[in-house]
Ligand binder design. Structure first.
Ligand SMILES: Nc1ncnc2c1ncn2[C@@H]1O[C@H](COP(=O)(O)OP(=O)(O)OP(=O)(O)O)[C@@H](O)[C@H]1O
Ligand SMILES: [Mg+2]
Length: 455
């Protein structure tokens, strides 16, 4: 009888078995980028990520990412720490990274203080006004026809959103003609100028669009919609010339939109105007930029605002911008419009234009949507319903990882959105700096580029 080798049955975690049989776990994604946490499918090794590094390494075909998860699972915390750590690795401002954050809950102010970002608090009827039609720093670098198109596109998204339908051809033509005309006669046209011109189209618009009488119905509809924008939804925030001076060569900007109620009709419009205003910053040459749209579901509930977001995504690669969008459910991405074909096209476009998907816990009723949108395998779908807080399924190009996001003690205060829940007002950032012994990330240190930040 031939002797056979008999070994005792051994069971271990992937973290341990990796040391005796490496093929039981998947390979590392590499060390480039900022530290995120533990790669649970790679034996608990480090997991690092950076949208630009992943693009440069050929792991993904674009630098955009979606972060999805049920409320309270750590979506914003993940993005905050990524921004915080990337400041340490890549630096901020020229030669480093530039960050623009749309912050509907007003929770990025601590991060802004620590990173030296300018915070602009917008409120209906408030004193800070931003003009999404201003040429901004892109003026010297972008041809006038591109500027006109960008502005007209944003106005069309705003008016479509108010009307809750696509613009008819005459309405679209009227709006475009008004924006184009204003671009030629004003250095800094405003939405108020557009409203005025649409309500009282002068002979120049007649020349372009034909006799005024033929346009009366369109003029009236568009004028009412723009009037609603100016007197209600965007009042005091995006309706006049900019009253805020921003250092374009600074570290970045946070638009605090917390004065606009989360469940209001105004939020999608405010988010469109915000994305429109960001675009004038993104369109000029400069450092790699990151645009964060927190609570991006506000843009996904409507076909026209979702289409606008998609157009921003498309420009991302041209401008060297990585878009990070945060939303709750996979079904948000289907946009809640009636037209099935258009809806699925937008959802497919948004996903195709974002190669990285970070999926935190999803409710069981979202699994079908998550599976169809993200192409989850059966085990991945099962994992997604069971993820603990801070743990996510990462889909990077064709690869997957389950990552536990690790918060450093110094970052807990930065990310804490539960202080009201546990009834304690946690300490503010001063304690994270010299007094607590935790250093702030350096403002700018290009020499440290491409190295991994230790959390
Ligand atoms: N990896 C983590 N480890 C420990 N605590 C975490 C982690 N991630 C998040 N938290 C904590 O969980 C709480 C909720 O996190 P966060 O505000 O990021 O959730 P969210 O998913 O953005 O919620 P919402 O959808 O309501 O905005 C915060 O107080 C944060 O400090
Ligand atoms: Mg959040």
């Amino acid at each position: 009888m031939r002797p056979s080798l008999r070994l005792r049955y051994h069971q271990g975690t992937t973290a341990h078995t990796a040391s005796i049989y490496p093929f039981s776990v998947q390979g590392s994604f590499g060390h480039r980028g900022t530290y995120v946490g533990l790669d649970l499918l790679a034996g608990g090794g480090e997991f690092c990520w950076d949208p630009f590094e992943a693009y440069a390494a050929g792991l993904v075909t674009n630098p955009n990412a979606w972060v999805l998860g049920e409320p309270g699972n750590g979506k914003s915390a993940l993005v905050k720490t990524l921004l915080w750590r990337q400041a340490a690795v890549y630096g901020t401002g020229p030669g480093g990274r530039w960050v623009a954050i749309a912050d509907p809950k007003g929770e990025y102010t601590s991060l802004a203080e620590d990173l030296g970002l300018t915070t602009i608090r917008l409120s209906p009827g408030g004193t800070a006004t931003l003009n999404p039609l201003a040429p901004g720093p892109a003026a010297d670098h972008e041809p006038p026809d591109k500027q006109t198109l960008r502005r007209a596109h944003m106005c069309a998204a705003l008016v479509s959103c108010v009307l809750e339908r696509a613009l008819t051809q005459p309405e679209d033509a009227l709006l475009f003609a008004a924006v184009e005309h204003l671009t030629t006669i004003r250095a800094e046209p405003t939405l108020a100028d557009v409203a005025h011109l649409v309500t009282n189209p002068d002979h120049i618009l007649d020349d372009r669009l034909g006799p005024r009488a033929d346009l009366t119905a369109e003029t009236r509809t568009v004028a009412y919609a723009v009037d609603k924008l100016l007197t209600r939804s965007l009042r005091g925030m995006f309706d006049g010339p900019s009253t805020v001076t921003l250092r374009w060569d600074g570290a970045g900007v946070v638009l605090d939109l917390s004065a606009v109620p989360l469940d209001s009709d105004a939020l999608p419009l405010v988010m469109v105007a915000t994305a429109g205003w960001f675009q004038q910053l993104m369109a000029c040459p400069g450092p790699q930029r990151i645009q964060v749209l927190d609570e991006a579901w506000a843009l996904l509930g409507n076909l026209h605002t979702a289409a606008y977001l998609q157009s921003c995504f498309k420009l991302g690669r041209t401008y060297g911008v990585a878009n990070l969008c945060i939303t709750h459910r996979a079904s948000d991405l289907a946009a809640q419009a009636d037209d099935g074909t258009a809806t699925s096209k937008i959802a497919a476009g948004l996903l195709a234009d974002s190669a990285t998907k970070i999926i935190l816990r999803q409710a069981p009723d979202q699994i079908a949507a998550a599976t169809s949108h993200f192409g989850l395998t059966e085990p991945e779908a099962a994992i997604v319903t069971q993820l603990a807080r801070g743990r996510a399924l990462w889909k990077l190009g064709g690869r997957s990882a389950v990552v536990q996001h690790v918060l450093a003690p110094a970052e807990v205060v930065l990310c804490d959105t539960d202080s009201r829940m546990h009834g304690t007002a946690r300490a503010r950032p001063e304690q994270r700096s010299s007094r607590s012994g935790h250093p702030r990330p350096p403002r700018r240190d290009p020499a440290r580029r491409s190295r991994t930040a230790a959390a």
